[in-house]
Design a protein around this ligand. Structure first.
Ligand code: 8YV
Length: 321
């Protein structure tokens, strides 16, 4: 009997078809976040659950008695929605999908930087509203990026890929990370390590977030940090909404403490703070970081490879617990 696996959401067709060749696959037909009760019930029914960022797998669910689930094949790089300690205690393996979404997410960070610096969202809204009165020398003036400094919070794969792209736009690169990168990585990107987040915030023209979510990074960007930033600075977040105190960000964008923000993730997503929606200098995207067909297909294939190794009795390559 092939292992029974649950995909909590629809995945690209090619991946679903690939998985069906090897597994007894159930795709939850509702394509919405599963409730705690539904996930708890699934724990007893499947050998593997393949969740996404919208499924919260906390201790109470993972510690359910008589669980059948032996592996959580997470569809995504970030896994702060899964309680790893509880998974370990229950003997459940957890895997993620690093690498394959690096380029797509770095592209999106650059997109947000460009949209925010060039006021692209404001311009598009004006045009679609029929309010464009024609070209004039002072219309919707943004800021150029060449010669400016990009500050990266975290310096993992996505941050480094963002840095490589940003260099082509003439930005210089600085980063803050608890673990300093190897000298050859710094040299390849001409990246300067900065000793504190405060210093990085104070000296960057664009501050782009690339750290994991979860309690350790919650509200790293708050009123105190925003107050250190330049009034011309742009904040970009393709990491997790929880890294930013949104109420503090709204205050900073409203008062002109910083110039603009480009956000792909939100504290309470899919609900977005109406205070952000009201701000012209906030570019807001609905968590599109990895949203290309190529990338989502590669993510699914990566989950499949992890399941294959696990069910063959081997250690999956992307095991995180
Ligand atoms: C995913 C992401 O689409 O991989 C991540 O960490 O944030 C997104 O790119 C999402 O997590 C799917 O679960």
């Amino acid at each position: 009997m092939p292992p029974k696996i649950l995909l909590t959401r629809r995945w690209p067709d090619a991946v679903e078809a690939h998985l069906r060749q090897r597994y007894d696959v159930t795709v939850d037909p509702s394509d919405r976040p599963l409730s705690a009760a539904e996930l708890t019930e699934a724990m007893g029914r499947y050998d593997a659950i393949c969740p996404t960022v919208t499924d919260r797998l906390g201790a109470a669910i993972l510690a359910v008695p008589n669980a059948r689930v032996r592996i959580l094949g997470n569809f995504g790089a970030g896994f702060e929605h899964i309680d790893l300690e509880a998974a370990k205690a229950a003997g459940i393996v957890v895997t993620n999908t690093p690498d394959v979404l690096t380029d797509a997410t770095a592209d999106l960070a650059i997109l947000l930087m460009l949209m925010a610096s060039r006021r692209a969202g404001e311009g598009e809204r004006e045009l679609r509203a029929g309010q464009w009165t024609g070209w004039r020398p002072t219309h919707l003036l943004g800021q150029g990026l060449a010669g400016k400094r990009l500050g990266l919070v975290g310096f993992g794969r996505i941050a480094q890929a963002t840095a490589a792209r940003a260099r082509a736009f003439g930005l210089s690169i600085a980063y803050y990370s608890r673990r300093r990168a190897d000298a050859d990585v710094e040299a390849a990107l001409d990246a300067t390590h900065v000793d504190s987040l405060e210093e990085l915030a104070a000296t960057s023209d664009v501050l782009s977030l690339h750290c994991p979510g979860g309690p350790a990074t919650r509200h790293l960007v708050n009123a105190a940090l925003l107050a250190r930033m330049k009034p011309t600075a742009i904040l970009v977040n393709t990491a997790r909404g929880t890294v930013v105190n949104e109420a503090d960000l709204i205050a900073a964008l409203s008062s002109g403490a910083i110039a603009a923000a480009g956000l792909d993730v939100f504290e309470g997503e899919p609900a977005v703070n109406p205070g952000l929606i009201a701000l012209p200098n906030a570019v807001l995207l609905p968590h599109l970081g990895s949203a290309t067909l190529e990338t989502r297909t590669a993510m699914g294939m990566r989950v499949a490879a992890n399941l294959d190794r696990f069910f063959a009795g081997e250690v999956p390559h992307d095991r995180v617990a």
